[in-house]
Design a binder for this molecule. Structure first.
Ligand SMILES: C[S@@+](CC[C@H](N)C(=O)[O-])C[C@H]1O[C@@H](n2cnc3c(N)ncnc32)[C@H](O)[C@@H]1O
Length: 430
């Protein structure tokens, strides 16, 4: 397959994400199977992520370099140019090959008549580089202001960390193998993985790589899960054999971790999205957990529709949120998130907290988690919950979960190499 094919596919994915509000993850999942070669698939992914991280700089270049602005019918051309710029910097591909293949891709996507323009713009980017903008230029103004308001001393570090690629964090399924064995196998395969102090199941690899080909992945020994998310299992620590509710389970990573640690847990797991539940089943089958779990498509707020009245010993509420802590993994969050979403999400989180609290037994523990850095979804949300819930008692979490933030702990993006994440542990009074 020629080098034009992956560039054309990257341009189509970027067009959908940049111009039609589509999710990067969903578009990649649809587009990548068309490429038989794993290197081409990795190239498409790398181009798309790098292009989205610098979309504001690429648009600034196009605004400065093209006399007549690109119109709404030129979305695919704009996307191809973003893909071309990303190959030169930051990906650092050999310029001659990157240019030739991207110009060829212009023909593939039906832009043969603009191949010369593509060539000229990529040559200019090669000579001059894209304009340098502040790291917060990639953030919509309303969200930038909210982050600055919530984290006045840390906002610049948040914007900078969110523009960087994330390391790959792996979780070792100790039902299927020891962490040291996995570490040795990865190193034998030439992969520079490291164990992480204080995190018994975690391995960390700098940069991204095709995880499905890692030794141990197909056998269900390894899964991908950020370090911050791996802290959830420590925070909830259910007693052996406990009856646990995961109110928002998909794609299933945190419950999988709990079941790897204790297969005797009695898990009820809900998600409102049946399509995402199918992915949970697939993922759990790969690692050999959850065969006995009660997995249901349900709105966790509507307890009458799914709860038989038997109280839970522990509840995990890993709530739908703005995903502002994981922009480095989902750069399209900055394109698609709207201010009104935050209000709606905060209201949903409050309903989920109230509904799931009612299912917890006295003495039981609820862990509330988000991958947000916005206080209204995190410490402010929990403060309001505590004010209306007199039987909720805050249980302290330690520094390994991030800095103190109201009744919980907040990790900001990039701290300890991890995602931005919020955690609170609440006990119901006996
Ligand atoms: C942050 S994700 C959960 C991630 C998951 N805990 C994991 O570790 O893989 C939030 C999930 O909540 C689900 N969700 C949103 N609203 C819900 C509701 N009212 N009831 C149940 N699930 C809901 C979404 O479909 C999404 O899959």
């Amino acid at each position: 397959m020629s080098g034009a094919a992956p560039r054309a596919i990257a341009a189509r994915v970027l067009d959908a994400v940049l111009n039609r509000g589509r999710s990067l993850k969903a578009e990649l999942a649809q587009a990548l199977p068309a490429l038989p070669d794993t290197r081409d698939r990795a190239l498409v992914e790398a181009i798309c992520f790098a292009a989205l991280r610098q979309h504001a700089r690429a648009d600034a270049a196009l605004a400065a370099w093209i006399p007549k602005p690109l119109g709404h019918r030129d979305g695919d051309l704009r996307a191809l140019l973003h893909a071309g710029f990303a190959q030169l910097d930051p990906l650092g591909l050999a310029p001659h090959a990157a240019l030739a293949a991207t110009v060829d891709a212009a023909r593939t996507i039906g832009r043969a008549h603009q191949a010369k323009l593509v060539n000229a713009l990529l040559r200019r980017a090669q000579r001059e580089g894209l304009p340098v903008l502040a790291a917060d230029a990639a953030w919509p103004a309303w969200l930038r202001e909210r982050v600055r308001g919530d984290w006045p001393d840390d906002a610049d570090a948040i914007f900078a960390a969110s523009a960087q690629p994330a390391p790959t964090w792996l979780r070792v399924n100790r039902q299927r193998g020891e962490r040291d064995t996995s570490l040795a196998r990865l190193r034998e395969a030439g992969i520079d993985a490291a164990a992480v102090d204080g995190m018994p199941d975690a391995l960390r690899i700098e940069g991204s790589l095709p995880v499905a080909t890692l030794p141990g992945f197909a056998e269900g020994v390894l899964s991908v899960q950020d370090g911050a998310a791996q802290r959830v299992a420590d925070a909830i620590s259910p007693a052996p054999g406990a009856r646990v509710l995961d109110a928002c389970v998909a794609p299933g990573g945190k419950s999988a971790h709990l079941m790897e640690r204790d297969p005797s847990l009695r898990l009820v797991a809900l998600d409102v999205d049946p399509a995402r539940l199918a992915k949970v089943r697939e993922g759990w089958a790969r690692i050999g957990v959850g065969a006995a779990a009660d997995l249901r498509a349900a709105d966790a707020c509507d307890t009458a529709s799914w709860w038989d009245g038997t109280p839970f010993d522990a509840v995990l509420l890993d709530a739908p949120c703005s995903a502002t802590g994981i922009v480095r993994r989902q750069p399209d969050v900055l394109l698609h998130r709207r201010a009104a979403d935050i209000t709606a999400l905060a209201a949903l989180q409050a309903r989920l907290l109230d509904a799931t609290w009612a299912t917890l037994r006295p003495g039981g523990v609820l862990v509330y988690a988000t991958c947000s850095i916005l206080r209204v979804e995190n410490d402010v949300q929990v403060e309001a919950f505590l004010a209306r819930t007199p039987d909720a008692i805050v249980e302290p979490l330690d520094d390994s979960c991030g800095r103190p933030a109201g009744a919980g702990r907040q990790r900001l993006p990039g701290e300890g190499g991890m995602d931005g994440f919020f955690l609170t542990r609440l006990r119901k009074a006996d």
